[in-house]
Design a protein around this ligand. Structure first.
Ligand SMILES: [Zn+2]
Ligand SMILES: [Zn+2]
Length: 125
């Protein structure tokens, strides 16, 4: 049992600002981050990521090979969330997600890598 309070992220699309939180799919009892995913062979599906920061639990509704790059898209405006920024661990494109509170999270698009970083905007006083 961890006593530390987990940081739960409230993710929105960086383009259309629609909430990406999916109340219907819960991971660890909290609403997950729901994204559309397109695989290298053009198969489409859904991925749900745990919204707790530093938890890498996730669900994908189609078989994904380890090491495959996921084309992550917003389910509302269908924009690709991948950026030109690359993962420092594996070189795959990083996907950009915004936080409703300001700031952003970048996650590695390579399945099985899960390198990510969080940048919280500290509001100016
Ligand atoms: Zn969007
Ligand atoms: Zn990576």
């Amino acid at each position: 049992m961890k006593m530390k309070k987990e940081l739960v992220l409230d993710i929105v699309c960086p383009y259309c600002h629609h909430s990406l939180m999916d109340e219907e799919v819960k991971i660890k009892g909290i609403a997950s981050v729901g994204l559309n995913v397109r695989l290298e062979d053009n198969k489409k599906g859904k991925v749900h990521l745990c919204a707790a920061y530093e938890c890498f639990d996730h669900q994908v509704d189609l078989p994904v090979a380890d090491g495959e790059i996921l084309g992550l898209c917003c389910p509302y405006c269908h924009k690709e969330l991948l950026t030109s920024e690359t993962c420092q661990v594996c070189g795959a494109p990083m996907a950009d997600l915004s936080l409703s509170t300001g700031g952003f999270v970048r996650i590695c698009s390579r399945f099985g890598c899960f390198n990510h970083f969080l940048s919280l905007e500290i509001p100016a006083v």
